[in-house]
Design a protein around this ligand. Structure first.
Ligand code: ADE
Ligand code: ZN
Length: 336
């Protein structure tokens, strides 16, 4: 029998929770800083990596927003996306739904178009040259107010035919989903799909709000939903996809040890969980590493792995016609 790592790499899969700014490797950070004539507050790549010791989400966000400051041109965003797509193609990904944080860039003075055009051209090149398809998700920063989200949605107007969904990220505690009720209604009126980070650090009440107030199509993370049995029943009954990020949870101290991660329990409870990398350059592993580490820590079976692979496509925003061949490829792979 092939090793779990080989089995996982070959298994057709999708990534549904990836912040493209979180794929910025320290080497690339220095390269972009050099070509944009930006001085970094770090002496070396090693010094950057040494700074990646986080006690919680906010610790990480502070350094993540600082890192994103080296991204200045369309070419930077294109190159960032292509570097990520090359890695994830090697991990057996066939489809990716990636987040970007436009406010992180417009607040530094970049036009909305710089990040959007650079990422979209990278996505087109990845489809052409690597066979990895993708969709773009515009995230609102929840530590900012809802008016700022409306400014961003207006700036995105010329791009809405190429943006699949809106999301909600950044500092969760103190910024409940209900703060963004109006912008989510506006995004829904424009035909966009809806996702939101909820239950990463925030309480089950935030997951309820994401469902009932924002009316999301997917929950990003959702770990703390397991504290509320009624919420678990609701998520299972609706077949709601959870985009779970095990190595992120470990690095941000959402779990103390990967053996204590709730992913296996989620599957046993009938929840539609998926495995994702979140911010792989910061959390110690891309998509396949998340699968391999989690499978090892939790003793996931081949059947669990096949379920996770199916969930990654059925939870995507691809059409049923687009999903069907991916599911068939999984069945063929598992049978072989
Ligand atoms: N932005 C990037 N990664 C994030 C995460 N894990 N949670 C919230 N916001 C984020
Ligand atoms: Zn995230």
């Amino acid at each position: 029998m092939t090793s779990d790592a080989d089995f996982i790499r070959g298994l057709p899969k999708a990534e549904l929770h990836l912040h493209i700014e979180g794929s910025l490797e320290p080497e690339q950070m220095f390269e972009f800083a050099r070509r944009n004539r930006i001085t970094l507050p770090f002496a070396s790549v090693e010094a950057v990596r040494a700074a990646y010791a986080f006690s919680n989400l906010q610790d990480f966000l502070d350094i993540y927003y600082q890192g994103a400051g080296v991204l200045m041109t369309e070419q930077d965003f294109h190159d960032l996306a292509m570097a990520y797509f090359r890695r994830v193609a090697g991990d057996g990904a066939r489809h990716v739904e990636l987040f970007f944080d436009p406010q992180t860039h417009t607040d530094r003075g970049l036009p909305f178009s710089v990040a959007a055009d650079g990422l979209l051209s990278g996505m087109a090149e990845a489809a052409r040259t690597l066979g990895v398809t993708s969709k773009l998700i515009l995230c609102f920063l929840r530590h900012l107010d809802e008016d700022a989200a409306f400014v961003t949605l207006r700036a995105a107007a010329p791009y809405l035919d190429r943006i699949a969904a809106v999301g909600l990220d950044s500092s969760e505690i103190g910024h409940p989903p209900s703060k963004f009720a109006k912008i989510y209604a506006a995004a829904r009126d424009r035909g966009l799909k809806l996702v939101a980070h909820a239950g990463e650090e925030g309480p089950p009440a935030y997951v309820w709000e994401a469902l009932d107030v924002l009316r999301v199509d997917r929950i990003d993370h959702g770990n703390r939903a397991l504290e509320d049995p009624a919420l678990v029943r609701r998520l299972a009954a609706e077949g709601m996809t959870l985009t779970v990020c095990p190595l992120s949870n470990l690095k941000l101290c959402v779990v103390d040890d990967l053996t204590l991660h709730p992913l296996k329990a989620m599957l046993q409870l009938g929840l539609h969980a998926t495995i994702n990398s979140d911010d792989p350059a910061y959390f110690g592993g891309y998509l396949a590493q998340n699968w391999v580490s989690t499978a090892g820590a939790l003793g996931l079976t081949r059947e669990d792995l096949a379920t996770l692979a199916r969930n990654s496509f059925t939870g995507s925003f691809l059409t049923p016609q687009e999903i069907a061949p991916h599911l068939a490829a999984i069945e063929a792979y598992v049978a072989a």
